[in-house]
Design a protein around this ligand. Structure first.
Ligand code: BG6
Length: 502
């Protein structure tokens, strides 16, 4: 991170909303504090509420005092001085003509230059209409020295067909290089570190294949329930919400081939190839997927109501809040190595991690140790919380007898690197402003992800019914354990004490 972005105007559709005040604007304050915003910079919030520049500024600045706490007051102030507002409906052409008039004013007032980034922090039903209107108003036309880019939030579609339609609507107005489909997992340092770990070290890559790896587990466990998002979540469920986006990003970073260089297209080609190599049809949807819904319990010390008793959730809802699946990647490197994925709400621990289990040593050469007592080596990438990497291996327990104990080597980010205040959006916003799309999803990657889960969506639509249950605060349903036990394996426990211990 060293190149300064071109002067530009940052336009947020949904600028008065939660995402903008909680994450996007604090991220911009953090970028300002680290010297990564151009001096020529202005921000326009677009929303329906009746507000003026002054009232939008006052409201946003008050919110930033609570949400951008890690930055100096003068950096917050710098952002606040550059805030402007356009009131309007997202499907009304007048909104876009008003915006078209304000953009050149920003060039005058804030030396913001002709380039602009449009961030769609809106409900997904507005993604295509906004892009269409931006196109009709001529706001996404590029010229030499003038770029126009659009960041689109998730969810990108709700199945394969809707994702394809959305892609084609968007790409009828924008070029792929103007389109930045966001997955906030790609903004996480530890997710970006997967590539550094694999490709900046000579140690791991020779072992990173079917000859040495027994299986891989990818876990995204949350302790929170659906909170205030019942309406969205009940129509979405854990599979759509998490798997084609966040879990598949973790999967492709773990399984991809080394790219020829760190160019956005080269990296994304390799990631997409992984998803294209997952062969998942009706048979697998039937046999290798478990869904479940949480009932009342205690998660992270909090008493939780059953999912069905959450606000805005139907009292007879069959929506899954947990999903586990087994995938096979049919390529030279991974054939025969299962990848197990699980994610759920209201679980025992908040933990996102990737476990790489290596094959056991072939033979116990030591007296009193049986083959079964040799612990397999696990490399665990701790994505969050307690970011780091740990490696589990056997060591001799001191004493006269030759006994083995399993031990860990731990790397914790916090021990080596100073943490800067972050919302997780800094890298993504900065990358978009400098035109680096590596950490954004391409149309084909999105569609490849939906292609894998589509047979599961079809099966569930054909066979609706109450999913199995798990108690809030537990490690998930026993059906998920059975998915592993069938293959003679077990999930890494969510209950382990000490985040880095196995
Ligand atoms: C979002 C999902 O994309 O990711 C949420 O819609 C989920 O349901 C969230 O809670 C998890 O993100 P993080 O960064 O807290 O792991």
């Amino acid at each position: 991170m060293s190149r300064l972005p071109d002067p530009c105007v940052f336009v947020i559709f949904g600028g008065a909303g939660d995402l903008a005040s909680r994450l996007l604007l604090p991220a911009l304050c953090n970028l300002k504090a680290t010297g990564l915003l151009p001096t020529g910079f202005a921000l326009i919030g677009v929303a329906r509420s009746e507000m003026t520049d002054d009232s939008f500024r006052a409201q946003t600045c008050a919110a930033l005092e609570k949400t951008a706490t890690g930055v100096a007051a003068n950096d917050r102030q710098w952002i606040c001085e550059r805030l402007h507002y356009v009131k309007g409906d997202f499907d009304d052409p007048q909104t876009y003509s008003a915006l078209g008039k304000r953009l050149p004013e920003m060039q005058q007032a804030s030396s913001a230059g002709p380039s602009a980034l449009f961030y769609l922090a809106t409900p997904p039903s507005y993604f295509a209409p906004i892009v269409r209107q931006l196109g009709a108003a001529g706001l996404v036309r590029e010229d030499p020295g003038k770029w126009r880019r659009v960041i689109i939030e998730k969810p990108f579609g709700r199945d394969l067909a809707s994702a394809e339609t959305l892609n084609s609507e968007i790409l009828s107005v924008l070029s792929e290089s103007q389109t930045y489909r966001i997955d906030h997992y790609l903004g996480k340092e530890t997710v970006q570190n997967i590539m550094a770990l694999r490709f900046a070290n000579g140690l791991f890559e020779p072992l990173w294949n079917r000859n040495h790896i027994d299986h891989v587990q990818i876990t995204v466990a949350e302790t929170l329930g659906v909170e205030h998002r019942g309406r969205f979540y009940d129509a979405t469920g854990a599979l759509r919400d998490m798997v084609p986006s966040h879990l598949f990003q973790l999967l492709s970073l773990t399984a991809m081939e080394p790219p020829t260089c760190f160019d956005a297209d080269q990296v994304r080609v390799e990631k997409t190839k992984v998803l294209n190599a997952v062969h998942f049809g009706q048979k697998e949807a039937q046999a290798d997927v478990v869904r479940a819904q949480y009932t009342a319990g205690v998660a992270a010390g909090q008493k939780m109501n059953a999912y069905r008793n959450s606000p805005d959730v139907r009292s007879d809802s069959d929506t899954e809040t947990f999903v586990a699946m087994k995938l096979r990647i049919a390529n030279w490197r991974w054939t025969g190595v299962p990848f197990y994925l699980r994610t759920g709400k209201s679980l025992a621990k908040r933990r996102t991690e990737i476990l790489i289990r290596f094959k056991r040593a072939p033979l116990a050469l030591f007296h009193e140790v049986t083959d079964a007592e040799l612990v397999p080596n696990d490399l665990i990438l701790h994505i969050q919380p307690d970011e780091g990497v740990s490696l589990r291996f056997n060591a001799k327990v001191p004493g006269q007898q030759f006994r083995l104990g399993d031990v860990n080597m731990d790397f914790k980010y916090g021990d080596y690197f100073q943490e800067e205040p972050r919302t997780g959006y800094e890298t993504l916003l900065y990358d978009c402003m400098i035109g680096d799309a590596t950490q954004f999803q391409r149309a084909d990657t999105i569609e490849a992800g939906w292609k894998i889960v589509q047979p599961v969506l079809d099966l569930w639509a054909a066979k609706p019914g109450a999913p199995p249950q798990y108690a809030a605060g537990s490690s998930g349903p026993q059906e998920a354990d059975a998915l592993m036990e069938r293959d003679g394996r077990q999930w890494r426990s969510l209950d382990t004490n000490g985040t880095h211990k196995v």
